[in-house]
Write a protein that binds this ligand. Structure first.
Ligand code: HEC
Ligand code: HEC
Length: 343
């Protein structure tokens, strides 16, 4: 590490000797930038291996996340489909528009606590945070680009040349550093300060309705939507349809026992991330709760713990929804560090 800092010092020195180069701030120990695992969370999966966190790297990742340069015709950014005001889900649409306005086949999930995810996408087709962006980048229905083009565009940009130089001390931007910079940003989208978290850590109290809702949730939902991340990351068929249109996990495993199974989604910020399910079939939480109550569709792989639905009373439905609304994280959606950066 000392050697690295020394190296950067030399780079800095050399740069400051060349009169015409703008002075770039180079990574130093004092730029350390803090990922902290909340005390009531399990330990995270993403470990920042060879990608030590710094504020400059995070800021670089943030520029990339909001930049349409990543797509083939420079019209689509990650944030086009993952909007901060919606807890990084899309803006109220079932399916998102990619390059050329074409629609994808699955609902864009909300993004938070990604550093805890052992797998990504509805079918778990990606298993590392640093690799995940390859999927939207190269998907013809999303950014329709190639990695080598993205890297050439970045290398042709004096803005990014300077940013990568100061954040990683490199002259030539590579695939790896590009992906690592994005992970510096996405790993920091932590949601741990909802009313529900404050209740868990004893800094607030729930209303009677919310308390009853939490109990109903623990009795019926939490074995899949496991606390406190509100997912156990397993793949399940929750019975949304009898005739399976999207085979889900089976696409990855080729195992017919996985037909129609999708990753259990986290329910953090659920009030903001409608429409719901992999295909965006429900627009309101009332529809979702009605579905779990009396709408489970039977098929060969449907999860046995769902039975033929939970048959909630109308009061129980209201209680459950009151609880689900405690999962909104105003710190995540309002945090200026996560908003579109100025250039
Ligand atoms: C055109 C819309 C679109 C764009 C652009 C887009 N995404 Fe997504 N994103 C989606 C959809 C849809 C999914 C779910 C895909 C699936 O499961 O097959 C997804 C899934 C994800 C996931 C996995 C979340 C989970 O719950 O497993 C992450 C992380 C993510 N996107 C980050 C990004 C990043 C970073 C970028 C930019 C490089 C990006 N996305 C660009 C629509 C988009
Ligand atoms: C057997 C496991 C299981 C149980 C039990 C379960 N869920 Fe789910 N839940 C899932 C899966 C899997 C999905 C995604 C299904 C899909 O996309 O087709 C999901 C999706 C959801 C969604 C939509 C999330 C989004 O981002 O689109 C909500 C809301 C939800 N569940 C709430 C609940 C509530 C409330 C309960 C209890 C009444 C419950 N779930 C019980 C597995 C489960």
């Amino acid at each position: 590490m000392k050697q690295f800092v020394l190296y950067l010092f030399i780079v800095f020195f050399v740069l400051s000797c060349k009169k015409k180069t703008v002075e770039v701030k180079v990574y130093s120990e004092s730029d350390r930038w803090g990922f902290e695992s909340p005390s009531h969370f399990p330990s995270p999966d993403y470990q920042f291996v060879n990608n030590e966190q710094t504020r400059l790297r995070f800021e670089l990742g943030r520029y990339l996340f909001y930049d349409t340069l990543l797509s083939s015709d420079q019209t689509v950014s990650c944030s086009s489909c993952h909007a901060q005001a919606h807890a990084f889900a899309d803006h109220n649409v079932k399916f998102s528009k990619g390059v050329g306005g074409v629609l994808g086949h699955r609902n864009a999930p909300a993004l938070s606590n990604l550093a805890w995810y052992p797998n990504f996408m509805w079918d778990g087709g990606v298993n590392h945070l640093e690799v995940q962006p390859l999927a939207p980048l190269t998907n013809p229905l999303e950014m329709n680009e190639t990695m080598s083009n993205v890297v050439s565009k970045l290398n042709a940009s004096s803005f990014y040349k300077e940013k990568f130089k100061s954040a990683y001390g490199i002259d030539e931007i590579t695939d790896q550093k590009f992906l690592q910079a994005l992970a510096q940003f996405t790993s920091m989208l932590i949601s741990s300060n909802t009313k529900y978290d404050q209740y868990l850590t004893g800094t607030t109290t729930f209303t009677d309705k919310e308390t009853r809702g939490l109990q109903l949730f623990r009795d019926n939902c939490a074995h899949c939507h496991k606390e406190p991340l509100l997912t156990d990351f397993s793949f399940r068929n929750s019975g949304v349809e009898t005739t399976i249109v999207d085979i889900g996990r089976e696409l990855i495993t080729q195992d017919p026992n996985d037909k129609g199974k999708f990753k259990v989604p986290s329910l953090r910020n659920i009030d903001l991330t409608y429409p719901y399910m992999h295909d965006g079939r429900f627009f309101t939480l009332t529809q979702v709760v009605d579905f779990y109550s009396d709408g489970i569709q039977q098929s060969a792989t449907v999860d046995p713990t769902l039975g033929d639905g939970f048959h909630f009373t109308s009061q129980e439905k209201l209680d459950l929804i009151a609880f689900l609304k405690t999962l909104t994280d105003y710190y995540l959606i309002g945090n200026p560090d996560f908003s579109e950066p100025k250039r």
